[in-house]
Design a protein around this ligand. Structure first.
Ligand SMILES: Cc1ncc(COP(=O)(O)O)c(C=O)c1O
Length: 403
């Protein structure tokens, strides 16, 4: 796919990575084959030497060893870079690997400071605490979904700022333009985890972010059958750092997973459209249900950042959280056990509707007091609304709530 064409994101996602196919000019496969090879041959040792740079003299991708780069990961990376409007991307073996590589590339190390959103995915805070604080980095957590939280960036003058577009599970929205402006003022590198919104809904580089990352295991894969991550860079210097850390850590995505994730991207727009429309209907249904106390979904007019969500994403994503009127863990478990269609599993973004109880999954490591501080109540359940027929989802929720 040429980069000159001003294709819409929907077209980029459908056709991205196709031109990476190699083979005879006639009879060339439409879909890139899976290159399982770990090593790549070159015409001469001189050409091999050149290929270690990652490019041929003509500027085409050159491959040497699969951990450094491979054609399938390259096709996935090219498509993600085009979709997110970055200068390039690095595909990783998981979302956590992408987070690790992004933090290193952003320069988080001894004597540097990171201001991060207090609502981050638990293991993201975990990786900062376990790997970076012991070597002398400093972590300041703030509610970056509020203007007061954003003001902390000015006060703390960090080197790195880290947010998520939509928070887990309460769907708080980050004002990307305001956060990136505050970070730029103090010269901080900005990282955003855009897993929940995907490039279909928002492209944070357009708001001035430096690094955008995804757990590709979620919406990008979409089918619950592949694990991966990706970091997209707005700047070449950061891209070089990402690649170099990814090679050293052995974080590279395998050819097989790359193939699946690129295939996932081809239907991302269609799936996201359905996720968003189903989720809006589910949110409205739950809001009016007598067994429900509260629904957290940016598409509802009473969501505190409804307008911001509309402006950033146009539509509102496939993820929501709701609180049962009976605010107990027993009631939440009882409801989840009674579901017949929606699956009680710990992930999101799949074609299937999935429910999870944050206190035993994504927020498992937090104490009851910390959960309360974050506003995650005993009756709080997260739902990733799938692409099934809407009436079937509503019927399943209704029967389980009335159980
Ligand atoms: C927002 C977010 N970021 C990152 C990750 C980590 O991704 P992975 O499980 O692919 O390592 C997750 C996993 O749930 C997530 O929800």
């Amino acid at each position: 796919m040429t980069t000159q064409e001003p294709w819409d994101i929907e077209t980029i996602l459908v056709h991205g990575g196709r031109s990476s196919s190699t083979g005879p000019a006639s009879g060339k496969p439409t879909v890139q084959p899976i290159y399982a090879s770990t090593t790549y041959l070159h015409d001469s040792v001189e050409a091999l030497d050149q290929a270690f740079s990652g490019k041929t003299p003509e500027g085409e991708p050159a491959f040497v060893y699969a951990r450094q780069a491979n054609p399938n990961a390259n096709a996935f990376e090219e498509t993600m870079a085009l979709a997110e409007k970055g200068v390039g991307a690095v595909a990783c073996a998981s979302g956590m690997a992408a987070i690790h590589v992004a933090l290193l590339a952003a320069g988080l190390t001894t004597g540097t400071k990171i201001v991060a959103s207090q609502d981050l995915y638990g293991p993201t805070i975990g990786i900062i605490r376990k790997l970076f604080l012991p070597i002398g980095a400093e972590l300041v957590l703030a509610d970056l979904c509020t203007p007061e939280g954003i003001a902390v960036i000015q006060e703390e003058q960090p080197d790195v700022v880290y947010v998520e577009t939509v928070s887990n599970p309460l769907t708080k929205m980050a004002d990307l333009a305001a956060i990136s402006a505050a970070a730029q003022e103090v010269g901080a590198i900005t990282i955003v985890d855009s897993t929940f919104s995907t490039p279909y809904l928002v492209r944070p580089i357009e708001y001035g972010f430096d690094l955008v990352l995804h757990s590709a295991t979620k919406y990008i894969s979409g089918h619950g059958d592949s694990t991966g991550g990706v970091v997209i860079s707005a700047k070449n210097t950061l891209l070089d750092q990402l690649r170099s850390y990814s090679i050293l850590l052995g974080a590279m995505l395998s050819p097989f997973e790359s193939h699946l994730l690129l295939r996932g991207l081809r239907t991302l727009s269609l799936r996201m459209e359905r996720h968003c429309s189903n989720a809006l209907h589910v949110a409205r249904f739950l809001k009016d249900h007598p067994a429900i106390a509260r629904v957290h979904y940016p598409g509802l007019e009473d969501h505190p950042q409804h307008e911001l969500a509309k402006q950033l994403m146009g539509s509102f994503g496939g993820l929501l959280a709701f609180e049962l009127k009976e605010q107990t863990r027993e009631a939440a478990f009882h409801f989840m056990n009674a579901l017949q269609l929606c699956l009680p599993v710990t992930s999101l973004g799949d074609v299937f509707s999935l429910v999870s109880y944050p206190a035993i999954s994504s927020h498992r490591t937090l104490s009851p007091a910390e959960l309360q501080h974050m506003g995650i109540t005993e009756g709080c359940i997260r739902m990733s609304v799938g692409v099934e027929h809407l009436e079937d989802i509503l019927q399943d929720l209704d029967q389980a709530l009335n159980h």
